[in-house]
Design a binder for this molecule. Structure first.
Ligand SMILES: *Cc1c(COP(=O)(O)O)cnc(C)c1O
Length: 371
C-alpha cells in the first residue's frame, strides 16, 4: 500500500522503546489458583485499610456521581493550605502523585533536556523522562541511599529537573534537611527540583526535611505528597504538589481538567481530619518495623535501615525465585530485578499477624534455599 509507514514509525520512538509496566495477575486470581488468602505486602499500602471517616465521606458523595467533580479542588486545597501554612496558589492536586511526576516530565523535559535522579529509586521519574522524549541520568546509590554529592557533580546545562525521593522507595533510606540544604546550594536556581515525600509521615526524626520552607522562600521546587500511603487511599488515586506558583500554574495547564474524582477529594478531606486513624497506622508501622527488621536480620537477611512503611532486604538468592516461593507460602512481596536489584526484595510492613507470616515464610524459604 503506497504511503503506508512501517508500524514502528507510527508510535513515536521515545514511546515505542519503553518497556511498559506489566501488571501481574489480579491477586484474587493468584489466591484462587493457590487456594489461599495472601498477605499483600508488595505495594506499600496501609494494611489497616482506609480511614472509616474517609469511607463515610465517599459513600455520601456517590449519589452526586452524575455531576463533574470540582475541577479546582477548592475545599481540599483550602484545607491543605491551612494545614501546611502555605497559599492555595502553591497547591495542585493530582490523580496520585504519580500523575504529577508524569506531568512535570512532559512540561519540563523533552529532546535536549535531561532529568537527574538516583539509581534504585521510584521508576516513575525515569519513565516520565522517556515519555517526554528525553533521558534520565541515574547516579548509583551509596549505602542504599541517595548520593547527593554524586548527583550534584552530574549537573550540567542539559539537566532541567532533579528528582529526589525522601525517604527513598524501594530502599527506605532518608537524607536530612541539612543535607538537602547543602545539595540545593549546588543546584542552579532555574532547575526544577522535585522533592517526593510520599512517606514523610512515617519519619520520626527531628532532622528530617523542612521542604516547605523552600517553597515559602520562593525556591523553584515542588514537594509531592500522597494520600496513598499513611492515609490508606491508594485505590482512589489522589496526591498533591506544593510548589513554586509558576510550577503549579504549568501543571494546571497540562493536566486534564477533572483529573481528581469527587470521591477522591471527599475521602482525602475526611482522611486529613482522622488523626486517630493516622496515629493507629503509625503505631502499627512502628511496631511492625521493629519486629520485622529484627526477625529478618536474625534469619541472616541483609536489611537496609528504613524510615518508611517497608523494608528493603537481600536474601543472597535470586529475588525472583524468593518471590515465587514466598507467594506459595501466601506472602506477596516485590522483587526488584526490574530496577537493577536482582537480589533485592521490598517488603511492606503489615499487621502483626501478616508480619508473623512474613517471618515464617522467609524462615522456610531460607531453609529450603540452603538445602
Ligand atoms: C507510593 C509512592 C508515591 C505515591 O504514588 P501515588 O501515585 O500517589 O499513589 C509517590 N512516590 C513514591 C516514591 C512512592 O513510593
Amino acid at each position: 500500500m503506497p504511503g503506508k509507514k512501517p508500524a514502528s514509525d507510527r508510535v513515536p520512538p521515545n514511546v515505542a522503546r519503553i518497556h511498559p509496566y506489566v501488571p501481574g495477575k489480579p491477586i484474587e486470581e493468584v489466591e484462587r489458583e493457590l487456594g489461599l488468602t495472601a498477605a499483600k505486602l508488595a505495594s506499600n499500602e496501609n494494611a489497616l485499610g482506609p480511614s472509616p471517616k474517609a469511607l463515610e465521606a465517599v459513600m455520601s458523595c456517590l449519589s452526586s456521581s452524575n455531576r463533574y467533580p470540582d475541577a479546582g479542588g477548592y475545599y481540599l486545597r483550602e484545607k491543605l493550605s491551612a494545614r501546611h501554612g502555605i497559599g492555595t496558589e502553591n497547591i495542585v492536586l493530582g490523580a496520585g502523585s504519580t500523575e504529577l511526576i508524569l506531568l512535570l516530565g512532559h512540561i519540563y523535559l523533552g529532546p535536549g533536556r535531561v532529568g537527574l535522579t538516583s539509581q534504585g529509586t521510584f521508576v516513575v521519574f525515569p519513565l516520565a523522562a522517556q515519555l517526554a522524549d528525553s533521558d534520565a541520568i541515574q547516579v548509583p546509590l551509596r549505602d542504599y541511599g541517595y548520593d547527593l554529592d554524586g548527583l550534584a557533580a552530574r549537573i550540567d546545562e542539559q539537566v532541567r529537573v532533579v528528582y529526589l525521593a525522601n525517604p527513598n522507595n524501594p530502599t527506605g533510606t532518608m537524607f536530612t534537611a541539612a543535607e538537602t540544604d547543602r545539595f540545593l546550594e549546588k543546584v542552579p536556581e532555574d532547575v526544577l527540583v522535585i522533592l517526593d515525600e510520599a512517606y514523610c509521615d512515617y519519619v520520626e526524626r527531628d532532622d528530617y526535611s523542612h521542604s516547605l520552607d523552600y517553597v515559602r522562600g520562593g525556591r523553584y521546587v515542588i514537594v509531592l505528597r500522597t494520600f496513598s500511603k499513611v492515609y490508606g487511599l491508594a485505590g482512589l488515586r489522589i496526591g498533591y504538589g506544593i510548589g513554586h506558583p509558576e510550577v503549579v500554574d504549568a501543571v494546571n495547564k497540562m493536566r486534564s481538567p477533572f483529573n481528581v474524582s469527587a470521591a477522591a477529594q471527599a475521602a482525602a478531606m475526611a482522611a486529613l481530619e482522622d488523626t486517630e486513624h493516622v496515629a493507629r497506622s503509625l503505631e502499627m508501622n512502628r511496631r511492625g518495623m521493629a519486629f520485622l527488621s529484627r526477625e529478618l536480620a536474625g534469619l541472616g537477611l541483609k536489611v537496609a535501615p528504613s524510615f518508611a512503611n517497608f523494608l528493603y532486604v537481600e536474601t543472597g538468592n535470586n529475588a525472583q525465585e524468593d518471590f515465587k516461593e514466598l507467594l506459595k507460602l501466601g506472602v506477596i512481596v516485590r522483587p526488584l530485578g526490574f530496577m537493577g536489584m536482582p537480589e533485592g526484595l521490598r517488603v511492606t510492613i503489615g499487621t502483626a499477624e501478616e508480619n508473623q507470616r512474613v517471618v515464617e515464610a522467609f524462615a522456610r524459604r531460607m531453609a529450603a534455599a540452603r538445602a
